[in-house]
Design a protein around this ligand. Structure first.
Ligand code: OGA
Ligand code: MN
Length: 204
């Protein structure tokens, strides 16, 4: 894992983003896909909105994903493996990039076929505590012609990455605008944010 953490730290320091494969092994992905949340259609999920608190509203023309916030204190052991790895990543980044990251929040995510998330930034306002966006994809045997790329808009132009199983993408929440392109099959992931303060239980 240490070389994976190093690649993430280097990517973040040099480019503001990092893409690594095998953050989760094939077996770890399979175990997470077997959890009841992902097994029972969208029963455990709700439509994601945009904005925070009072300004929270649902807008199908901006984002079409469904989310389920993870309660870290009671997470299933298979999900716990991923959460523990994120905790190790936070510790590694604090030690090696001299950051003071404190906590993280994650939700399970399903983009039904045809849905997308238009270009946006993950920080809603200046005092947002989201520092790094971290997405781990769960899509086995993803084919390029199925779409679903994450497109990041960088100073030097845009780059696209497919949501392949076990891949982790991490980027600076305050800097990297990005969008999710529509796919021809459901697109599953665990989406999260590393914070510079302790996460409140606001979502639960
Ligand atoms: C988000 C997001 C990207 C992805 O949930 O804010 O941009 O690749 N997700 O799923
Ligand atoms: Mn985003």
């Amino acid at each position: 894992m240490n070389s994976i953490f190093e690649n993430i730290a280097n990517g973040l320091a040099e480019n503001g983003y990092a893409v690594v494969d095998h953050f989760l092994s094939d077996e770890e992905v399979k175990n997470i896909l077997g959890l009841k949340e992902f097994k029972s259609g969208l029963d455990h999920f709700k439509k994601a909105g945009i904005g925070k608190n009072q300004s929270h509203h649902i807008n199908e023309s901006i984002r079409g994903d469904y989310i389920h916030w993870v309660d870290k204190s009671s997470a299933d052991p298979f999900l716990r493996i991923y959460l523990n790895r994120l905790e190790q990543l936070i510790q590694f980044l604090n030690e090696n990039l001299f950051l003071s990251l404190k906590d993280f929040e994650v939700h399970m995510t399903v983009y039904p076929a045809g849905s997308f998330y238009k270009r946006h930034l993950d920080q809603f306002n200046r005092d947002d505590h989201r520092k790094l966006s971290v997405i781990c994809y769960l899509n086995e045997d993803w084919l390029e012609n199925e779409g679903g790329q994450l497109r990041m808009f960088l100073p030097e132009g845009s780059v696209d990455f497919f949501p392949t199983a076990g891949r982790l993408i991490c980027f600076r929440s305050d800097q990297v605008e990005h969008e999710v392109l529509p796919a021809t099959r459901p697109r599953l992931s665990i989406t999260g944010w590393i914070l510079d303060q302790h996460a409140a239980l606001k979502h639960l």
